[in-house]
Design a protein around this ligand. Structure first.
Ligand code: NAD
Length: 701
């Protein structure tokens, strides 16, 4: 029997082999859309983890990923042991026809041994449903028979290259296995025609490493200037325009075909089956028709040249998809023009696919733990920022090569018990809640006390120890990188706050302007209301390159008006007083010394003082709230926000591997303990249907 995971005993998973690849990733999106839970296994031989990372953001869903080669049976076994796998969709394989003629042994080893290991484990763990990626290549030249165009499933098989032979052999293996235990096995063999296009979101698509083998990715690379021109192999065929006819299918339609096949297997209750279905549109398009559709989509006539026929090409390979239509109740809904439009969106938004220059990542805990990464944006530029999945934390900021913030070299540093929340996203509720108590909709809540008599920074529900999904990393313009993290703050486990939240943390790094924008957004998807107040807890030391402390930092702030504190209880009295601190119009800055002045106070931003909005990002302009400068390093920092207050903390209790006053924090946010003060309360209550939002900017000079 398959073993269940301790945390999710009831969930049934679809194991998607090769799920990081082109068709696999689109299928994962459709599976999740249709309510399936997915586990992806991929050796990343022809793909990148970025597709999985983006899928998580696209689907707002956690996708468990194993970086495993199917041929490594013992590693593969772990997946069967750890998860309750219900069915398998098997995409993993090498797929380049031309390459397979050069290195056939690698193709046979990878595709066939990988499949054998998978099937043996399925047998051992009683996983009996499999959808297999076969290919129209198994038919070979169907034009050699009379009346076999369009190609029906009954067309005799006859692959003409090692790649096609591996698909043919796997089909045979599946048939033999089914014959041996007819009651048990349910196999759907899907013979794809020519998959094209990309997801309409522009977030996932085909990312061919090296020179693309297929028409559409090749044209896309010509259009963005990565290749010189398109070669059209022969215009002397007996077709409408002399170029060969193929059956092109939008990858989203193809992905949906897998859901239809899986449902068909799920619904086949009594006995087993092993059956083939063509997945094609049934409509043939010539090379020049596809060329025209693509040029229309990209608004430019890309250069092409007619060259001689390519060995092995034939006039017409169009599918007869009737069996899939009748039995799987599936047919294509999108056409070549749709595919070209989506491909163009994908290409223009990701001209180098998932490989972004200036973005590097490394594992921050053990290798292959893709949820534990440090991702650097702007690498090699004058402004580099490193983020962690853990807490969507800012791990490092380098200005002209010099680090100006505190941070640890690995995840363990961030998980120390006496945490200082270094660089972390703070939530669900930043700063203190008096006695950890509040009432909401007539109900009293008690949070765990973790700071004197109060609850600070969310107590045990704190975001700094939570693994954020993603990030979705993009390079939308020259010099600008974005990284978007997602947290599903769901369930009662380690969450003392009511309701389920979907939280987005988006970082925008402008390497030319040396700015880091932070955007917080939260949406309540379950429950009536929750308290919320988010911020970032970076500790700055603008002179870190020269000294361990920030002593000598010159500080000015927008306002000296500050929340009066009941110093015994360390919570605001509700009054606003004036503190000694240099404001922007003061003649001299406040100089932070080795020991004094010490601040752990919230200051009020005049123009935002009366804020009641739960979404300050939407209605408020950014206001500069603090300016810091160190004369020795000559590095300056400005902090801007849409929030009503900012806490200045001079790190006088810094611990967790640091000593006091190694870094100072400026934490924009809502009023401290607002949930317990009538005049501030509205701004920290997120109700179902509303969106919480705020913005912070760190600008360096
Ligand atoms: P792809 O290369 O983008 O995806 C295949 C994935 O499998 C890749 O992510 C690769 O890293 C992974 N992989 C390969 N060998 C593996 C192994 N031993 N262990 C673990 N992972 C492994 O290709 P695709 O276009 O998405 O194709 C998916 C499947 O569909 C393939 O089996 C392919 O032969 C078949 N197919 C593709 C086309 C096409 O034109 N794209 C047409 C017909 C059939």
């Amino acid at each position: 029997m398959t073993q269940h995971t301790p945390t999710q005993p009831q969930k049934k998973y679809v194991l998607v082999t090769g799920g990081a690849g082109y068709i696999g990733s689109h299928t994962v999106a459709e599976l999740i859309e249709n309510g399936y839970e997915c586990i992806v296994v991929d050796n990343l031989d022809n793909s990148s983890y970025e597709s999985v990372s983006r899928l998580q953001i696209l689907t707002k869903h956690k996708i468990t990923f194993y970086h495993t080669d199917l041929c490594d049976k013992e590693e593969l076994r772990k997946i069967f042991v750890n998860h309750n796998i219900d069915s398998v969709i098997h995409f993993a394989g090498l797929k380049a026809v031309g390459e397979s003629t050069q290195i056939p042994l690698k193709y046979y080893r990878n595709n066939i041994l990988g499949t054998l290991a998978l099937l043996e484990l399925m047998q051992e763990y009683h996983v009996e449903k499999l959808v297999f990626s076969s290919s129209a290549t198994v038919y070979g030249d169907a034009t050699r028979f009379p009346d076999m165009i369009p190609i029906p499933e009954e067309c005799p098989l006859g692959p003409t290259n090692p790649y096609g032979n591996t698909k043919y052999t796997i089909e045979k293996i599946l048939n033999d296995l089914y014959e041996s235990e007819k009651k048990n096995w349910k196999f759907a063999i899907l013979r794809y025609f020519n998959p094209i296009g990309a997801h309409p979101s522009g977030l996932i698509g085909e990312d061919p490493l090296g020179i693309p083998n297929n028409l559409l990715p090749y044209m896309a690379q010509v259009a963005v200037g990565r290749r010189e021109k398109l070669n059209v192999f022969g215009n002397d065929y007996d077709s409408r325009d002399g170029t060969p006819i193929r059956d092109y299918i939008h990858v989203v339609d193809l992905a949906k075909g897998h859901i239809a096949a899986l449902k068909y297997l799920d619904n086949t209750k009594s006995e087993g089956l092993c059956r083939e279905w063509n997945l094609g549109s049934g409509t043939g398009s010539t090379v020049l028709e596809v060329y025209r559709a693509f040029c229309d989509a990209c608004g430019d006539d890309i250069p092409y040249e007619i060259t001689g026929r390519r060995a092995g090409d034939v006039l017409n390979l169009t599918a007869k998809p009737d069996r899939a239509t009748n039995e799987l109740h599936w047919k294509t809904e999108l056409n070549v023009a749709d595919a070209c439009k989506d491909l163009w969106k994908w290409t223009t938004e990701n001209p180098f696919g998932y490989q972004l220059k200036g973005v590097v990542d490394k594992f921050a805990a053990q290798k292959d733990d893709f949820e534990s990464r440090f991702i650097t944006l702007g690498e090699g530029t004058k402004f580099e920022v490193t983020f962690a999945n853990l807490g969507a934390t800012i791990v490092d900021i380098k200005v002209d090569g010099q680090s100006v913030v505190l941070g640890y070299k690995d995840e363990a540093g961030y998980l120390q018990e006496d945490t200082a929340y270094i660089g972390a996203t703070i939530g669900r509720y930043a700063n203190r809640i008096a006695k950890g108590k509040y009432t909401l909709n007539g109900k009293e809540y008690q949070l765990t006390i973790n700071n004197g008599e109060n609850c600070n920074h969310g107590g045990p529900s704190t975001f700094h120890t939570k693994k954020f999904m993603g990030p979705l990393v993009q390079n939308p313009k020259k010099d600008i990188f974005t990284a978007e993290f997602l947290l599903l703050d769901f369930g009662k486990e380690l969450n003392e706050f009511p309701g389920d939240l979907i939280i987005h943390v988006k970082y925008i790094v402008n390497v030319a302007e040396k700015t880091l924008d932070i955007e917080y957004q939260a949406e309540l998807v379950n429950g009536e209301a929750t308290p919320i107040n988010m911020t970032n807890h970076t500790y700055f030391n603008l002179n870190k390159v020269n000294k361990e402390t920030f002593a000598g930092t010159e500080l000015r702030v927008a306002s000296a008006r500050s929340l009066d504190m009941d110093m015994k209880r360390v919570v605001p009295t509700g009054k606003i007083i004036t503190r000694e601190i240099a404001t922007f119009d003061s003649s001299k800055p406040t100089v932070l010394g080795e020991k004094t002045p010490d601040y752990d106070y919230a200051f009020v931003i005049d123009e935002n003082e009366k804020i009641t909005d739960v979404n300050t990002a939407k209605r408020r302009k950014l206001t500069t709230v603090a300016k810091a400068y160190h004369p020795e390093s000559k590095i300056g920092l400005e902090i801007l926000t849409t929030e009503p207050t900012f806490q200045i903390y001079t790190g006088d209790w810094l611990s967790a591997g640091y000593t006091p006053r190694q870094g100072f924090a400026v934490e924009p946010g809502r009023y401290v303990d607002a949930i317990n003060h009538e005049q501030w309360r509205e701004s920290v209550i997120l109700k179902r249907g509303d969106v919480y939002g705020s913005k912070i900017v760190y600008r360096f000079t």
